[in-house]
Ligand binder design. Structure first.
Ligand SMILES: Cc1cc2nc3c(=O)[nH]c(=O)nc-3n(C[C@H](O)[C@H](O)[C@H](O)COP(=O)(O)OP(=O)(O)OC[C@H]3O[C@@H](n4cnc5c(N)ncnc54)[C@H](O)[C@@H]3O)c2cc1C
Length: 396
């Protein structure tokens, strides 16, 4: 095969790109033949600070991420589990102002915890340490792009550097253009304490404006990470309110199950969209993680799904890597994309439906949603497959 600069170029060093690099490094003799292209851009440029753009600094990212059991096992196998995390043993799902709720509990499954929360920044830093230690080539610079591909190679550009690679994997978090939805919801992120805190419990409460999640905080024992999805105008108001007004509004939206909620931490607001592409493979180019599907954060599925993409892609490329990259990997990438489709469709479908179904404002629909929660609670045979999907997704 003609010479290439790298066997695999990974465009984007977010958690999915870094996890993929580490998974691939285990399969090759020379990890330096894998290039991880971090689009560090530069602070102060237009767009700086926006989540998931090439210019947002991971260390400043305020996201607290719920990692399911399957993803934790994967990250631990890469020795990339962050030092600080909080366990989720029970998940309480309810609807504000309507009857019906369901509780998913660790005891229903043979797992040490349903999931754990970690901060995006901690996870990113830990993965980066592992990448540096692994011998993978890490190239920092402006946003990278796939210029073209031909029968022999993919041509990748990062600033003035032009790279010839056998395979390129887009992990830039940019989502796709094939399926798009603007949820007219913005997420307000912050931290809160509760007068009646319940350790190990996570809460997902559907309001008419969007879901409100309280997750055990990985860095502040006993506090909650708040993801409050509401109408954009309302999000702007609550984000700018003083601490007393914000705490009162948060307690009003969540209800009194945890007593009074109090927040004095900074708040960040993020617009929420679904942005997905149909095809995850095109010739020698694959697309995974948020670059393939950017989801609504309800039920905390985006990164978990992206890590399953990464694990499956590494597995698919295994035989080609073992055969010293003999021949084109295009057929393997096409198989990979076909295998991933059911998991992507189910996860994107559920996370697209949930925030909209509960936010119609239509009484019959709200009752139906309440009944669905009640049904899930009463019948383990219905609850278990749904919970299991959120716990580990569809794997091959
Ligand atoms: C409010 C909120 C809460 C969430 N909660 C959860 C949760 O609880 N559980 C869960 O599983 N998921 C959650 N998610 C989703 C999760 O954050 C994403 O799915 C995850 O970060 C995707 O990782 P990624 O590596 O694919 O993309 P990203 O995290 O977006 O990383 C992409 C990286 O690529 C870089 N980049 C961009 N363009 C280029 C380029 N051209 N060249 C090179 N580099 C580039 C970016 O700077 C970034 O570092 C949440 C999302 C939001 C917004």
């Amino acid at each position: 095969m003609p010479t290439v600069d790298y066997n695999i170029a990974i465009l984007g060093a977010g958690p999915v790109g870094q996890a993929l690099a580490l998974l691939l490094a285990r399969l090759v003799r020379d990890p330096a033949r894998i290039a991880l292209l971090a689009g560090d851009g530069g602070a102060g440029q237009p767009g700086a600070g926006q989540l998931g753009t090439a210019r947002s600094a991971p260390t400043d990212d305020p996201r607290i991420i719920a990692i399911n059991h399957g993803s934790r096992v994967l990250l631990e196998s890469l020795q990339a589990w962050p030092a600080r995390s909080a366990a989720i043993d029970h998940i309480h799902v309810s609807q504000r102002g309507r009857l019906g709720r369901t509780v998913i509990t660790r005891d229903d499954f043979d797992v040490p915890a349903l999931g754990n929360t970690v901060s995006y920044a901690d996870l990113h830093a830990r993965l980066q340490e592992r990448v540096v230690a692994s011998g993978i080539t890490r190239l920092s610079g402006p946003p990278a792009a796939v210029d073209a591909q031909d029968a022999q190679a993919v041509h990748v550009r990062q600033g003035n550097a032009a790279l010839r690679c056998a395979v390129a994997v887009r992990c830039d978090g940019a989502g796709g253009q094939d399926v798009k939805r603007d949820y007219s919801q913005h997420a307000v992120l912050t931290r809160a304490s509760a007068t009646l805190a319940r350790p190990g419990w996570a809460w997902e409460r559907f309001t008419r404006e969007g879901p409100l999640a309280l997750l055990p905080h990985p860095q502040m024992n006993g506090d909650y990470a708040v993801v409050w999805c509401c109408e954009p105008a309302h999000a702007a108001v609550v984000a700018q309110a003083d601490d007393d007004a914000f705490s009162a509004a948060l307690t009003e939206a969540f209800g009194t199950r945890l007593g009074r909620l109090r927040s004095t931490a900074p708040r960040q607001v993020f617009p929420l969209h679904l942005k997905a592409r149909h095809a995850q493979a095109q010739g020698r180019v694959a697309t995974i993680g948020n670059a393939a599907q950017t989801l609504h954060p309800v039920a905390g599925q985006g990164l978990n799904l992206g890590l399953r993409d990464a694990a499956q892609l590494a597995q698919a490329l295994g035989p080609w890597l073992a055969a010293a990259q003999d021949g084109s990997p295009a057929a393997l990438l096409a198989d990979f994309a076909g295998t991933r489709l059911p998991d992507r469709l189910i996860t994107a479908g559920i996370t697209d439906l949930m925030p909209r179904a509960f936010a119609t404002g239509l009484t019959p629909v709200e009752h139906a949603c309440g009944l669905a929660l009640l049904g899930l609670d009463l019948f383990a045979s219905v609850r278990s497959p749904v919970a299991r999907h959120f716990l580990q997704g569809l794997r091959n």
